[in-house]
Design a protein around this ligand. Structure first.
Ligand code: SAM
Length: 253
């Protein structure tokens, strides 16, 4: 099997572990990206009401469509561009062994489905999982950790090695459990300004906040003082609540 499209298929013992971590129930609908040969899809379908799975590889989608039970709906399409929200009803869950070459943009798309999905279990490269699940103060903490922390509780619930897939990927893997919060952890009135602030704050990780931000925000020093955030701190030490507070005062003119 060629390694195009991030095609690394889960072996059956790993599927069992993943399904145990997900805990599907008979009344639940799942959205899946990249069902491949259906290892996870069919295991979920055995426990859940419905699985809607989007696959970009037409041969795989066709083949799985022939074998799948009636409670599996296969969509042939690109998960990066398809309207995912329209595929499943509100209150659905998400589960996938994601194609790693596009895991970051797909995770962003999953985050955008907050409010529509209750939770998501996503298998990604271990390194990406660590980055997203890291708390402030750790060296993996970064832009994606802050963006996810605003809207979800995130934890790593399963780690797998290359030997758990066929063919084996070059990297280790981990499953993120993402539980969306009913309301964001902090109030963010201007999401674009907030994300820009995070990007600028982490632009040079080893620099202080003040060094990273002073050219972009003329009122930076007085606002840091107001919030009692030392300008000598690095972005990796700030919580999402501190970033949100900083963003709202910097946006005020
Ligand atoms: N779920 C299967 C499993 O666990 O054995 C396969 C997972 S494999 C890591 C990733 C799957 O995503 C492949 O079947 C691949 O064809 C599919 N894929 C890759 N890019 C995609 C895209 N843009 N949209 C939808 N599916 C995609």
């Amino acid at each position: 099997m060629p390694r195009k499209l991030g095609q690394h298929f889960l072996k059956s013992h790993a599927v069992e572990q993943l399904v145990r971590a997900i805990g599907p129930r008979p009344e639940q609908t799942f959205l899946e990206i990249g069902p491949g040969r259906g290892a996870l899809t069919l295991a979920l379908a055995a426990h859940a009401r419905e699985v809607v799975a989007i696959e970009t590889d037409s041969a795989l989608a066709r083949e799985l469509g022939r074998r799948a039970p009636p409670n599996v709906r296969l969509v042939h399409g690109d998960a990066l561009t398809e309207d995912l929200r329209s595929l499943v009803p509100a209150g659905s869950r998400f589960a996938a062994n994601l194609p790693y070459y596009i895991s970051s943009p797909l995770l962003r798309r999953i985050l955008e489905l907050r409010g529509h999905l209750t939770d998501a279990h996503a298998m990604v490269q271990e390194e990406v999982a660590e980055r997203i699940a890291s708390p402030p103060g750790s060296k993996e903490y970064g832009i994606l950790s802050v963006m996810f922390a605003l809207h979800a509780d995130v934890e790593i619930v399963l780690r797998l090695g290359p030997e758990d897939f066929a063919p084996p990927p070059k990297v280790s893997s981990a499953v993120l459990r993402i539980r969306f919060l009913p309301v964001p952890r902090a109030e963010v009135s201007d999401p674009e300004a907030f994300e820009l602030l995070i990007q600028r704050s982490f632009a040079r990780r080893r620099r202080t906040l003040e060094n990273n931000l002073q050219d972009s925000y003329p009122n930076l020093k007085e606002n840091l003082r107001l919030l009692k955030i030392a300008g000598s701190r690095r972005a990796e030490t700030l919580s999402v609540v501190e970033f949100a507070a900083l963003s709202s005062v910097l946006s005020e003119r």
